[in-house]
Design a protein around this ligand. Sequence first.
Ligand code: NAP
Ligand code: FER
Length: 339
Amino acid sequence: MSSSINQQILLKNRPKGEPKESDFVLVETTVPEPGKDEVLNRTIYLSLDPYMRGRMSDRESYAEPVALENVMVGGTVSQVIKSNHPQFSVGDFVLGYDGWQAYGVSKGETLRKLDPNQARISYALSVMGMPGMTAYCALLDIGQPQAGETVVVSAASGAVGSIAGQIAKIKGCRVVGIAGSDAKCDYVLKELGFDACINRKTQELSSALKDACPKGIDIYFDNTGGSILEAVLHNINLGARIPLVGMISQYNAENPPSGPNLMPLLNKRALIKGFLVGDYEHRRSEFINDVSQWLRGGKLKYKEDVIEGLENAPHAFIGLLEGKNFGKLIVKFAKDSTQ
Ligand code: NAP
Ligand code: FER
């Protein structure tokens, strides 16, 4: 060990809007001793990820915020320098979650041993780690890409987007990236092999998407939400799939965006899917059977709001849009001899 001083970055304030350096503080403490079944690691690499903005805030999320004056959380690749755990030896490289600090003590069970001969150890935080797995699972499981389909990926040159787009290429799709500079777009096109890339800062998104996606968009891998999602929605195809992976455009927002805020969908892994009843003709007989039974058994109640006379239809219809109907609005033309 070269030093017995640990350096840590603590969360000092909950940032308002964009985080500032004064929201963090660097402190020096003594390097901790590992307890039973624990390991002392020296950090080699710390991953910095967009989700950390959420951990700095105490608004509702899928995860607890970092407490003020505590070490910021984060994925780390480290080397074991002391071990009280039978499965880890001094010198082992490990993937852990020691956060923003030079040394961390971890329970052995929370660590994964890395083989530097298998892959560059930093890859455990990137392409072979959380971002890579995000790209792989969200694209393949939710996006379900089919050869020939058009896939749009935002934050396309980044940790997740670069992999999502390349996997979509491997699956035979036309892949269009969206990125924030010409240099990033060049990289996305020339190095990553996407078919097109739109600079979100200099191009008008809606028309650029139309040009880049002449057959419409089948999958939108959404890393950003906000105005990019909105522009994409104007160009989606029948049966499109949208893995809602990140909403980085609103992570610094003090208030939710205008219009629907989709962040709860992401947090709650909720499913949102367009519906047209005409697609469900194959369910008709099951529907009739179930509903007639429930009606007969008193399990379903139903209210009809019956208006007499065709001449009253316009007035009743206008009232429907104002909430004046109470129950299913129906116009009665003639006596119903069955009642
Ligand atoms: P990244 O793409 O390497 O870096 C973030 C990128 O987001 C920036 O480089 C920038 O790219 C773009 N960006 C920043 N502010 C933006 C804004 N206001 N509007 C539009 N784009 C903006 O980060 P990453 O790790 O791959 O993460 C990408 C997204 O995936 C994030 O939203 C993250 O939260 C999400 N994610 C989700 C999960 C999950 O389990 N749901 C897991 C991992 C990551 P450009 O300037 O090039 O557009
Ligand atoms: C992110 C990274 C990770 C993110 C969410 C996660 C919404 C979720 C991780 C998990 O708890 O599974 O950038 O943004």
